[in-house]
Write a new protein. Structure first.
Length: 209
């Protein structure tokens, strides 16, 4: 005998679902440098120090003149300030330092569904939902304004947020910041959206407040 839809739903992992924006992640939305990240450093007064370095297992990068600098766990801005301070102590007066995370080893977001170029994208700086969709070259003509944002909420597991991007575009709804590990699924108009390939079998359930 074939399994009934009810039996399939019963065997699925139930994901709490909320209509609207996720809570503000605060500092969690600011990516921190981790082991394996590829960093690009630019020092305007000393172009010979401009370099690309991958963060070692020790959490350090090795820079000319300065030597080993521990940057793992710092934000991009904090790492810039640390390198600036070390340069100004012994080598340069008022150095201007720019640090970019060219490749993130852990901070990524997934954009899937009815977009032109679905994929996994590095989280560079503070990325918003609409910026992530733009990285996927926007939504297709068959897409709904409805987007599912899946976020891991620690011990609570995955939670899904149903967001109307039309309301973001007209300014009636905020453009939420994303955090590493988020998955954005753009729904297709007139069809049922399934998430088996992303998370296994899921059943979305409204959250009661």
């Amino acid at each position: 005998e074939g399994s009934s839809p009810g039996a399939s739903t019963a065997s699925a992992k139930v994901v709490p679902t909320v209509q609207g924006l996720p809570p503000d992640p605060g500092s969690a939305a600011i990516p921190r440098i981790t082991e394996g990240d590829l960093l690009q450093l630019e020092v305007f007064q000393a172009p010979e120090m401009s370099t690309k370095e991958r963060v070692m297992a020790s959490g350090e990068i090795f820079l000319p003149l300065i030597g080993a600098v521990k940057v793992a766990g710092l934000t991009q801005e904090e790492a810039e300030q640390l390198i600036t301070r070390k340069l100004s102590e012994n080598y340069l007066q008022n150095p201007q330092v720019n640090l970019f995370v060219e490749e993130s080893a852990s901070q990524k977001v997934t954009v899937a569904g009815d977009v032109n170029t679905p994929g996994v994208f590095p989280l560079k700086g503070q990325m918003t939902l609409m910026e992530a969709i733009a990285l996927a070259r926007g939504v297709k003509g068959t897409a709904k304004d409805e987007v599912f944002l899946f976020r891991k909420m620690g011990p609570q597991g995955i939670r899904a947020y149903i967001i109307d991007i039309g309301e973001i575009e007209d300014g009636s709804l905020g453009n939420p910041p994303l955090i590493g590990g988020d998955t954005v699924q753009v729904a297709q108009s007139g069809t049922m959206v399934f998430f088996d390939r992303l998370f296994g079998k899921l059943a979305l359930a409204p959250v009661a407040f």
